[in-house]
Design a protein around this ligand. Structure first.
Ligand SMILES: [Mn+2]
Length: 305
């Protein structure tokens, strides 16, 4: 059997959707295949998405004829624990770093490209096989969610025209409600805010910037309606970060508004960020006119220096 799987720490919607939809393609092509994961699902697999009950096996028992296909991951250190590294047959990923490794080992069965979503690459495998007409509504829906999430509704700079094309083609056969994008991201936001402190703590990194003298505790949250989240959760989020380090910053990515809210009470950090990104603080909040990812702020610090 071909076991289609992903990472070990957690599975996000891009990995989940990609694994299910690729296993389905392999089955349609006459292979024995199954999507499998032993990792916990994160908040990007929303309540409604879970209710679709995609076939993802969680109690897999390895057998000696099984081979492994990896989706949305190519660094062997992060593979699902059940993967036998000697029997990897295909890798479909959009993270850089291991392209040469897999190209040498797998040749044409290595599909690693730096685009918005691994789900776009899975869609393209269906398209290349000329089997899009045989894709289930479930797989089309899942791939759509993976693309929306990983491209932040096409607002992230990593988005390519290929992601947009995949989304457009899939929407035509997914039978989703018109307001699905807002519904999906709002569900993810609600799941995050059920424990806002844990969510921000799980996505906080202490980073050293060339243009700031102290390491900064830099938290990031992706939500649909940042304005509402700030109004309701600002204080608890501030406390969570300030308790880690006096030099702290939160990037609240508001996907629905296509902007980032930067929050900090630390005047040194405020001055530094204003200079770096050209944003202006009003009280403890600066609103950027675009959506910034943390890795883009890091890049800006490197390029400016
Ligand atoms: Mn991904």
């Amino acid at each position: 059997m071909r076991v289609v799987t992903s990472g070990s720490a957690y599975v996000d919607i891009d990995a989940y959707a990609g694994a299910v939809a690729y296993a389905e393609l392999l089955q349609v092509q006459g292979n024995e295949a199954m999507a499998v994961s032993t990792a916990p699902l994160n908040e990007s697999i929303s309540e409604t998405v879970r209710s679709w009950q995609a076939p993802l096996q969680t109690d897999y028992k390895p057998s000696e004829n099984d081979t492994y296909t990896l989706i949305d991951v190519s660094d062997p250190a992060y593979f699902d624990k059940m993967v036998d590294l000697g029997r990897v047959d295909e890798v479909i990923d959009h993270h850089p770093g291991f392209e040469e490794h897999w190209q040498e080992r797998l040749g044409d069965s290595s599909h690693i490209e730096f685009i918005g979503a691994a789900c776009t690459l899975v869609y393209e495998r269906w398209k290349t096989a000329d089997l899009l007409g045989k894709m289930s509504i479930l797989s089309a829906r899942l791939l759509i969610c993976g693309i929306l999430d990983n491209t932040l509704n096409f607002g992230a700079k990593v988005t390519t025209p290929r992601d947009v094309e995949a989304y457009d083609k899939l929407v035509a056969q997914a039978d989703l409600p018109d307001n699905w994008t807002a519904q999906y991201f709002t569900e993810c936001q609600d799941a995050i805010l059920q424990d806002a402190v844990a969510a921000i703590q799980n996505d906080t990194k202490t980073l050293t910037f060339k243009s700031f003298e102290q390491p900064i505790c830099f938290g990031q949250l992706v939500v649909w309606d940042g304005k509402k989240v700030l109004a309701e959760h600002q204080e608890v989020l501030k406390e969570a970060l300030a308790s880690i380090k006096p030099d702290w910053l939160m990037n609240l990515i508001s996907v629905g508004e296509r902007k980032s809210y930067f929050v900090t009470d630390n005047t040194g950090v405020q001055g530094w960020l204003s200079q770096l990104l050209g944003v202006r603080f009003d009280g403890s909040v600066a609103v950027a006119d675009r959506l910034w990812l943390r890795k883009e702020v890091i890049k800006q610090d490197i390029t400016n220096g």
